[in-house]
Design a protein around this ligand. Structure first.
Ligand code: ADP
Ligand code: MG
Ligand code: MG
Length: 925
């Protein structure tokens, strides 16, 4: 990037007429969409955008690129020409806003300064031009306040305190909010604000308009690296090196009296997807006032009565935008003395449920194709829809039974069901959640400083603000449950409690006080708030996948129908098959209902636990071949029965059975416990022969690094007969299923192979056993034999290993551990958080496949394996198989299937399709 620093050919500034919506990388979402709206002929105040590239140069070098100043001067001059006013000119000043805007929307995370260009001189000119003293001085005090905070780094509370002294009790009569202040009050306030600037920043508030603008631009650049912006990006997985663009927009004024105002709106309900008029409007106000919840807004529909002409125009523009973007848009607008201005639009954030419904609605409206619909939803959203919900009956009907009481009904801002302990500040939210508590963060309203508390909380509850408030917007973005604007609640953050008044008319109960630490439950789908813990029930989407709810029914849930249709598109286009990790018939059946096309990993270790542990102990303790064979013989029928059931459940579909993998000591008693038992017995002179032998075995098998010890194929080679017994159980089970006219498709998988020789030894033995069973039963079984690729050496020698394997299944959990050289159980609790914070990982490599390292080995092994054996079947059975980004990777490298836990199967199906439908679309953020 820095090589562009001195490149005079680089264009750093684009007029709104020069940009378009596809230039988000360069102009940020805000700049690109302002340009797009300008070109659509919509009423956008003229302006220009400084590119993210200029920001990157500034952040890297600490200097704005040399060419920038001249370019800005030229664009400013053109703007002044268009507007017929000069920036900050005393008699009739042009004012501008300097606005942040990155490629991905980061609501409220960076800075914006309004009213740039006002000074002691030009404030008078503005007053004269507008014929309104009050307005001019209000704008000036806002500028000093915003500039002081964002550009000069002065604590916002300083200004707020000064403002409160004027509006608060004992202040000038009748002034209870900023809207009631007189011009004289505001003049006084400006004086106070300037003094604060002088004291805190050690300099005067700059009077030169261009200096104001240049400083504001740099401050916006710098805000890219502000703490809350960094935190937000980590949460949303937005790269840290993109930088922000800066848009300079000529000001329009919503604070010019009752015929002016400012508002926000959605073209559809972001919670349900329904078309309609959704938004908030605030008369006689500027910019931030709406979202900040400073004064109470009115629902957008009421604008019709206030200003019908603007209202009608706004609705028309919203329709234009929806048809143009072919998606839900959210917008910011301002009305200046009856004239409507568009200040922002973007494809709006929405809840998971709305995403599915809107995608299907847009297909039906003929606006988008089915392939595009797949791009509009994500596996993450589908996973969210599968979370349990509150049991309405328990919550509303038999409330008393569960000690639950409904205390408020707020706005359903972001769906989900969350219960937890009430906390009233972010600090406590973080502290308690670190110690394992679930918490609900309760605030009057949230602001960007609450971000880390919001991340820590299970859910967010506010008593003020609408669907477009900070809490609502951020919670939706994070997929976190949120109820906002629950006005029955009086939140007292100082005393750490909230009071609900006279809500429960049915029981006549009056006031309820909720203290810090009390359990509360919030339902982000209905807006209801309860004290106590409300029981949960499965989501309708899960009921649908389970086959208990049908998309074809007359009264089918609209969401279920949308999911059903999207899944149908997905299954039609995807290439990757999806299997399940399952090792019981019950799991297998559930996986099948969820759409599994087989089992990719059946672990056999659970089959050695419980009452069977005794036989395993005997196997391990065996001194003679005879003893060992007896133990194995006892295990055989049980193993066989397991496989019969599994093959029956998955009849007609492949079932990959992995032979025993974990270290043996996992099947033996705990070393400390056993030592104590033996020591106690010895002190009583009552030593138990078996315990003594067990203890010896436990000592013998104790390993420093069991993960790298006697396990996987090594076990099979070290304990004669173990793998043969398992193979026999599989083969006999398959034969039995054949005899029952079933269609068993078992595949035998050898774990932890590092070299082809290991595999050959096991294969030869297995082949012999299978041949014996085939002969004895007179059946041809067609059992496939393959291996896991989960050690770097296996990946590196995949070409040779493929000579002895009919299939590979990448064990990406172990492969990640061995490629990185760290054990998951040890590191996740120790240094991972630090690594994530330092940005060494964007995301844990156990969650999303590390493309560059582990992924590269997978890719090479795929190539080498197929070169040896073109029909080699390839799959992956690590937890990455259910992770959206990883699924895209496995699609790209050409695997045949992914295997994941039953519950993740729908997610994998959807993402496998999205991998075909889009070249890794990440713009849905
Ligand atoms: P954010 O990204 O936090 O929404 P914005 O840059 O959109 O920040 O600006 C903050 C507020 O100021 C918004 O309500 C916006 O509509 C308003 N605003 C920005 N520029 C102007 C302008 N030129 N005239 C009037 N209001 C503006
Ligand atoms: Mg905005
Ligand atoms: Mg493994």
């Amino acid at each position: 990037m820095s090589e562009n620093a001195g490149n005079s050919a680089t264009k750093y500034v684009y007029d709104f007429t020069e940009g378009n919506k596809d230039l988000k990388d360069l102009l940020g979402g805000k700049g690109a969409n302002l340009a797009e709206m300008t070109n659509l002929g919509l009423p956008v105040p003229p302006g220009f955008t400084i590119t993210t590239e200029a920001c990157r140069v500034y952040l890297e070098s600490g200097e704005v690129p040399e060419a920038l100043n001249d370019e800005v001067s030229a664009h400013l001059a053109a703007l002044e020409q268009t507007m017929g006013k000069k920036l900050g000119e005393p008699s009739d000043p042009l004012l501008v806003s300097v606005r942040s805007g990155a490629k991905f929307s980061m609501p409220g995370m960076m800075d914006t300064v309004l009213n740039i260009g006002l000074s002691d001189a030009s404030v008078e000119g503005l007053a004269a031009q507008a014929g309104d003293d009050r307005f001019a001085w209000d704008s000036y005090r806002r500028l000093i306040q915003m500039f002081g905070r964002t550009v000069l780094g002065i604590e916002g509370a300083q200004f707020e305190r000064a403002l409160e002294e004027i509006t608060g009790p004992g202040a000038s009569p009748g002034a209870t909010s900023d809207a009631d202040l007189s011009a004289a009050d505001l003049k006084k306030l400006v004086k106070r604000f300037k003094k604060i600037v002088k004291n805190e920043a050690g300099r005067d508030f700059p009077q030169d308009p261009r200096e104001q603008m240049d400083l504001a631009v740099k401050a916006v650049f710098t805000s890219w690296n502000g703490e809350r912006a960094r935190l937000y990006r980590r949460q949303e997985r937005i790269p840290h090196d993109l930088g922000t663009a800066v848009s300079v927009v000529s000001m329009v004024f919503g604070n010019l009296g009752a015929d002016s105002g400012t508002g926000v709106a959605f073209t559809r309900d972001p919670a349900s997807g329904q078309q309609g008029v959704y938004g908030d409007y605030l008369q006689n106000a500027q910019g931030e006032d709406v979202v900040a919840g400073i004064r109470n807004t009115v629902p957008l529909a009421e604008l019709e009565a206030l200003d019908e002409k603007s209202y009608t125009e706004l609705l028309r523009i919203m329709e234009t935008l929806e048809n143009h973007y072919k998606d839900l848009c959210d917008i910011e607008f301002t009305i200046e003395r009856g004239k409507l201005w568009m200040l922002q639009t973007r494809v709006g954030k929405r809840t998971a449920g709305a995403a599915f419904r809107i995608a299907v609605q847009l297909v039906d409206q003929g606006l988008i194709t089915e392939a595009e619909a797949l791009r509009r939803v994500t596996g993450g959203q589908l996973a969210q829809l599968m979370f349990p919900r509150f049991d309405e009956k328990a919550a509303d009907g038999a409330a008393a039974e569960h000690g639950v009481q409904k205390i408020a009904h707020g706005i359903a801002a972001s769906p989900g069901a969350a219960s937890g302990k009430a906390v009233f500040d972010s600090y406590t939210a973080i502290k308690w959640s670190r110690s394992g508590e679930k918490v609900i963060l309760i605030r009057r309203e949230t602001n960007p400083d609450d971000l880390d508390g919001m991340i820590a909380a299970e859910g967010i509850l506010t008593s003020r603000g609408g669907k477009t408030s900070h809490a609502a917007v951020v919670a939706r973005g994070m997929g976190k449950t949120c109820v906002c604007g629950a006005e029955e609640l009086e939140v007292d953050t100082k005393r750490r409690c909230m009071t609900a008044r006279g809500i429960d008319s049915s029981t006549g109960r009056g006031t309820v006080v909720v203290e810090e630490g009390d359990t509360v439950s919030i339902d982000g789908s209905t807006g209801k708030v309860y004290v106590g813990e409300v029981p949960v029930v499965p989501s309708p989407v899960v009921e649908y996948f389970e086959g208990r709810m049908h998309a074809g029914a007359d009264d089918a849930d609209e969401l279920v129908v949308a999911v059903h249709r999207i899944m149908a598109y997905a299954d039609r286009v995807r290439r990757l098959r999806v299997r399940a990790n399952a090792d019981s018939a019950e799991d297998a059946l559930r996986a099948r209902r969820f759409g599994a096309q087989g089992i990719g990993l059946c672990r056999t270790e659970h089959m050695f636990l419980g009452e069977r542990r005794e036989y395993v102990e005997r196997l391990i303790l065996a001194d003679t071949d005879g003893e060992r064979e007896d133990a194995l013989k006892a295990l055989l029928p049980m193993q066989k029965q397991d496989f019969v059931e599994l093959l029956e459940a998955m009849d007609g579909l492949p079932v990959t059975v992995r032979l025993l993998d974990p270290p043996l000591h996992e099947f033996l008693p705990d070393i400390t416990e056993l030592s104590v038992r033996v020591a106690l017995a010895e002190s009583r002179k009552d030593a138990n022969e078996n315990d003594l032998r067990l203890l010896q075995a436990v000592h013998r098998l104790h390993e420093q690094n069991p993960m790298l010890g006697l396990r996987g194929v090594r076990l099979g080679l070290a304990i004669p007969g173990l793998f043969a017994m398992q193979v026999r159980a599989i083969a006999e089970a398959a034969a039995e299923r054949c005899a029952a006219k079933g269609d068993p498709r078992a595949e035998i998988m050898i774990p932890l192979v590092g070299t082809v020789q290991e595999l050959e030894l096991v294969r030869d033995e297995a082949t012999q056993v299978i041949a014996d069973v085939e002969e004895a039963t007179g059946t041809t079984l067609g059992l496939a034999l393959g291996t896991m690729i989960e050690l770097p050496r296996a990946a590196l020698t995949a070409g040779e290993i493929a000579e002895a394997a009919e299939f590979f299944s990448f064990g990406t959990n172990d492969l990640t551990q061995t490629v990185w050289g760290f054990s998951r159980d040890d590191v996740e609790a120790s240094f991972f958080t630090a690594y994530l914070e330092k940005g060494i990982f964007g995301v844990s490599p156990f969650e999303t496949i590390d493309r560059d390292g582990v992924g590269r080995l997978v890719e090479d092994a795929v190539r080498a394996g197929r070169a040896t054996r073109p029909d080699l079947k390839l799959g992956i059975c690590g937890e990455h198989g259910g992770d959206p980004e990883s699924v895209h990777f496995f699609h790209e490298v050409g695997l045949d299937y992914v295997s994941c836990s039953p519950f993740r199967i729908p997610v994998a199906r959807l993402e496998a399709a999205r991998a075909c439908a889009a070249p890794h679309s990440s713009d849905s953020r």
